[in-house]
Write a protein that binds this ligand. Structure first.
Ligand code: SAM
Length: 322
């Protein structure tokens, strides 16, 4: 059985994520008109954190765009039906951004612990900016149930470790298992025990006939920085449980290849920054990033939590096609 405090600490990592995204948005790295609605206490992050978030966002949006644009022929205007499933979505606002960009898929489903979905439902309910986007004849918001239901967007509570419940919730959300599906897990599976992480990856490969899995999470606990990252999370009552089983890029790829996925490739964030972020974009962020090395060193001495370098995170992209 898990302790209450670990569960609360894992949920609190979501507040960190939103605060870091907002810091990045305020610096002009990326656009997100909604994240500020979810942050009570804005923080300014160091350039290295901002750049790490930016690289992750750039890789995510590029791969997502590739998925959303695939199968659209030039003489066709209608988008083929597609769906997105976000595991441990936290306060992520991608759905609302895609709506603004006219790129939202047929169905977007977000799952998290009830404590988190309930808070998210409350923010959606209390902000006309968000509420107006999902309100329609068939929509409802329940803070108590931690649920938002609408034609094209569903927010639902579930403990991802409970596979039978996960199956039920995906069916309740009306996901069509034969539609192309983009599955997102950003900094989520790493907080689960390795068996649960494997079970989820396995379930996903068996459940959706054509799917892409975008995984973003920590790697390399074995050097000084990685070790510090773990100590800092632990000091806040929160453990990276799956990291012992997956310390390397190869292990991340194996997580997918050994659990039913046809292809999988993992890049650390240094490589992502090198190959996903355009030269022009790099120039744009270089000003802030130039200060990075010094701040990195200062943080190392004064504020060890912020030393996590890009080499301690990776993107793994797995594909299955019918
Ligand atoms: N994916 C979001 C992002 O990148 O901004 C949130 C990441 S946050 C670091 C981790 C999220 O995973 C939290 O919202 C937490 O509640 C959720 N989570 C962790 N374990 C979970 C579980 N067993 N079931 C459901 N959600 C879980």
């Amino acid at each position: 059985a898990e302790s209450r405090s670990n569960r609360a600490a894992v949920q609190a990592t979501n507040d960190d994520a939103s605060a870091s995204k907002l810091s990045c948005v305020k610096k002009g790295y990326m656009k997100d008109d909604y994240v500020h609605l979810f942050v009570k206490r804005p923080l300014r992050r160091s350039p290295i954190i901002n750049r790490g978030y930016f690289s992750r966002w750039a890789a995510f949006r590029k791969l997502l765009a590739q998925f959303l644009e695939s199968g659209i022929s030039s003489n066709e205007t209608a988008q083929p039906k597609k769906q997105i499933l976000s595991l441990g979505a936290g306060f992520d606002t991608t759905y609302f951004q895609l709506l603004d960009e006219g790129k939202a898929p047929f169905l977007y489903v977000e799952l998290d612990f009830k404590e988190v979905t309930s808070k998210k439902a409350a923010v959606i309910e209390n902000s006309s900016q968000l509420r107006d986007k999902i309100l329609g004849a068939n929509s409802s918001i329940s803070v108590e149930e931690g649920q938002v239901l609408s034609d094209h967007y569903k927010l639902l509570p579930v403990d991802l470790r409970d596979i039978p419940k996960l199956r039920d919730v995906v069916s309740f959300a009306g996901m069509d298992l034969s539609l192309p599906t983009f599955i997102i897990a950003e900094c989520v599976l790493i907080y689960l025990d390795p068996d649960s992480s494997r079970a989820i990856v396995n379930w996903a490969s068996k459940t959706f006939s054509t799917a892409v899995f975008f995984l973003y999470e920590q790697i390399h606990p074995d050097d000084a920085f990685g070790h510090q990252m773990i100590i800092n999370l632990e000091s806040r009552g929160c453990a990276l449980l799956s990291i012992d089983a997956s310390p390397t890029l190869l292990a991340k790829e194996r997580l997918f290849l050994e659990n039913g996925w046809q292809r999988a490739v993992a890049w650390d964030m240094l490589k992502v920054y090198g190959s996903f972020v355009d030269t022009q974009e790099k120039r744009r962020v270089a000003h802030d990033a130039g200060k990075s090395i010094i701040i990195h060193l200062i943080n190392l001495v004064f504020h060890p939590f912020y030393v996590m370098g890009k080499e301690h995170y990776c993107v793994t992209y797995a594909v299955n096609d019918a």
